[in-house]
Structure formats: C-alpha cells, structure tokens
Design a binder for this molecule. Sequence first.
Ligand SMILES: [Zn+2]
Length: 381
Amino acid sequence: MRKINFFQKIMKVIINCDGITKKDLAKELDFTTAGITKIVNELIELKLIKEKTYAESTGGRKPIILGLNEKKIGEILGVNLAPKSIELSISDINGKNFRSNIINIDEKMNIFVILEKNIEKLLKENPKIKIISFVLNGLVDSQNGISIFSPHYNWKNLNLKKYYEEKFNIPVVVENDVRAMALAEKIFGNCKKNKDFVVLNISEGIGCSLYINDILYYGSGFISGEIGHIVIDKNSNQRCSCGRYGCFESEISTLSLINKLKIIFPNEGHINMAWIIENIKSKNLEVLKVIDEVIKKMTIGIDMIISIINPEKIMIVGELFKEKIMLKKLIKNVGEVVLEEQKCEIIKSKFQENIGIYSAVALVNYNIFTDEKLLKKILKF
Ligand SMILES: [Zn+2]
C-alpha cells in the first residue's frame, strides 16, 4: 500500500476509536507494533497526529494514546444549507465547535448573495479556517461539488466547489445533507461499529442515506436515498416541493404537518414545532389523530427501507422525535408490519440541533481519509 494511503488508514482508525494506543492500532491493522511505531513516528513528525492524554490502564505504566492533531489540520467552516435556514459554524477536525450562527431565510431572499457575504466575512475574521464544508438539501454531485438540483433554493447545476475554491483559494467539500448525516453517525455517532445502516431524516424535507458494506452509498447519479419523493398517495391534494402531489415529503414532513394542523386549528395564531410538541405532551386528541396518520405513512417508508436494504439500524433524525412517545408509536407500527426475522433497531439520533455542525466536520474527516489530493492540499506536503 502507498504511504499516503496508509497514513489515511491510520488516521481513520484513530478517529473511529476516539484515540488508540500504538499496540491496539497495530492489532487493528494487523501489523507488528515495531512496524506501526515507525510509521506513527513519521506521522507525529509531520504533526498529523499527536500523542495525548493517558488511556484507562489496568495497572502499571499508563499507555499513551494517539489522536489527530487538530491544530495542523486547521479549522473547518461548516455551511449547512437547510430549506428555511443557513447555519455557519467553525469547528476542529475532532468535532469541537467554537461558534455557530443561524440565518433564517425565505424564498424572497437571494441566498447565494447572503451566503457569499457571510463566508467572506468569516474567512477574513478567522485565518485558521483551512477548508469549507458545504452540507446542503437536494441532489448533490459530491465528487464535483455541484448542487444538481435544490428545489427549496431553486438552484440547478450550481458548482459550489469550483466557485468557492477559485474565489477564496481554499479547499471545498460538498455533500447532500442526509448523506453527511450518515458520516456524522459513522464517525461521531451511534454507528461507529455498524457496516449497514440508514439515516432517515424527517424534518422540513424527507430523505435518507445509505451506508452499505461500510461505504457511503451514492447511486449511479448521486441520487440515492430520495425517499421523500416517492409518491405514496396519487390522489392527495398536498403539493410537494418537487411539483408533484402525494410524495412522502408532502405527506409526512414537519412543514406538511404544520400546514395540516393550520387547517384544523384556523384560530391558533402560530402553529410551529414547539406548539405541536406541547400538544402531543398534553395529549390533544385532534393533534394525536393527525400524528397517528403521519406515523402510519412513515411506517410505509420504513417498511420499504427494511425490506430492501436489511440494515442493522435506522437512525431517525428530526425535531418531532424529541418526544419519546413519537419513537414509541413508530416502533410499534413498524413492528406490526415487518417480519420477525427482519431485525432492525430504530433509534433516535443522538444529534439533534447540532447535526449540521457534526455533519460538516464528518464530511471533512471522510474526505481526508479517502481523497489523497485533498489531504496533501490541507497539509501542504
Ligand atoms: Zn416530491
């Protein structure tokens, strides 16, 4: 194996294990401790990794563990482009967040202009930023850094990577938001040890991402996981952001849920997620009836995922699942339709509001471990 690929392999194991001793690293990579020590010393000299705090010891001398050198890799500007907001965050490669700022947006605004202005300001103020990580809604060609189609922003074939790399002379990585969530689960979350899992995002939009055979799955045209636009009710009068009627997204997203409740409760001034959660807690029967309908439709989607992919876990992301009763209802409904043999854990993601920040950092991690050119660029060797 070429040296740089081996460097990447070592760095990947170090972050997956939250730090590791040389001895365990050798075991993990099926190498001799002497062989690993030689290459680790080279990585330490390059300041790519560092020896840090002591690991738990069973007695005797405490072993030294290895961690990524966040200072050498520099800071990451995370740009999370959601349907109704943009989040800009600054973090290090280990996921430590220094600041984040959310800008609420609407369709009248020129999102591209707002974005550029804010990115320029942050890059000027923070010279430690070494890379920009875009995580965005819609169809994304992550290899070339292109937003193929964002129905929420009305973007088509917008090359974010080329534009920002040329404008600010800084490496840029770009990924679909839900695929980046799978990376966050794999690198920082509850799927570190899983090889087959699915992330299902049930928020303002609906989408899923697939981690299969320990690899993030893209599909032939980077369009895998678009479960939100499967039409489940052709006769529905709910128009979807894609222009069709009765898609999963227009039937079960939080935006559609809010719209349905506004019709049922026309005199309620402001129906938002906080209002919905409050009414679920107080067991408002009319609200629960709508919720039960939505859960039934979610169950159809989850049944499809389990039957086609056969994952170990499905990680659910979404504000609606802040309330334990929601996940309970969902698990019960799914249990009634899947076969006993189709074992699959349905778990709420440990990330909630901070998912965008971790997704942006995990995307950089993943690219450093897989893209040789990017690693060389960031580290300048
Ligand atoms: Zn649709």
